[in-house]
Design a protein around this ligand. Structure first.
Ligand code: FES
Length: 102
C-alpha cells in the first residue's frame, strides 16, 4: 500500500536544482523548478549513478555518468543511452512540508 511520507521542508528544496531525500527506505531525487517540486527515483535507469549528482536544466535532469536526460515531470527518458523511463512520485505540499506518495 502507498502512503504519504514527509521528506523535507519546502524551504529546504533548492530552487532550480536537485537534492537527494529518503522515503520508506528508498532514495529519491527531489527537484525544485519554478517554485514547483517533482520527485523521481534517484538512481538512473541506465547505470549506477545518482541523479542528485547530475545537472538540472529547466525540467530536464542530466545524468552525471553518461549524460542521459529525463523529464522530471513525467520521468520520460529523452535521449540515448537511456532505454527506460524513470519512476516519478506524486508530491503534496502541506503546511510548508513536502510529502511524497510512495
Ligand atoms: Fe545514467 Fe548511464 S548511468 S546515463
Amino acid at each position: 500500500t502507498k502512503q504519504w511520507i514527509k521528506v523535507i521542508d519546502l524551504a529546504a528544496v533548492p530552487g532550480d536544482d536537485v537534492v537527494a531525500v529518503e522515503a520508506a527506505g528508498q532514495e529519491l531525487a527531489l527537484y525544485g523548478v519554478d517554485g514547483a517540486v517533482y520527485a523521481t527515483d534517484n538512481i538512473c535507469t541506465h547505470g549506477h549513478a545518482r541523479l542528485c549528482d547530475g545537472f538540472l536544466e529547466g525540467h530536464e535532469i542530466e545524468c552525471p555518468l553518461h549524460q542521459g536526460r529525463f523529464d522530471v515531470r513525467t520521468g520520460k527518458a529523452l535521449c540515448e543511452p537511456l532505454a527506460a523511463d524513470i519512476r516519478t512520485y506524486p508530491i503534496r505540499i502541506v503546511d510548508g512540508s513536502v510529502f511524497v506518495e510512495i
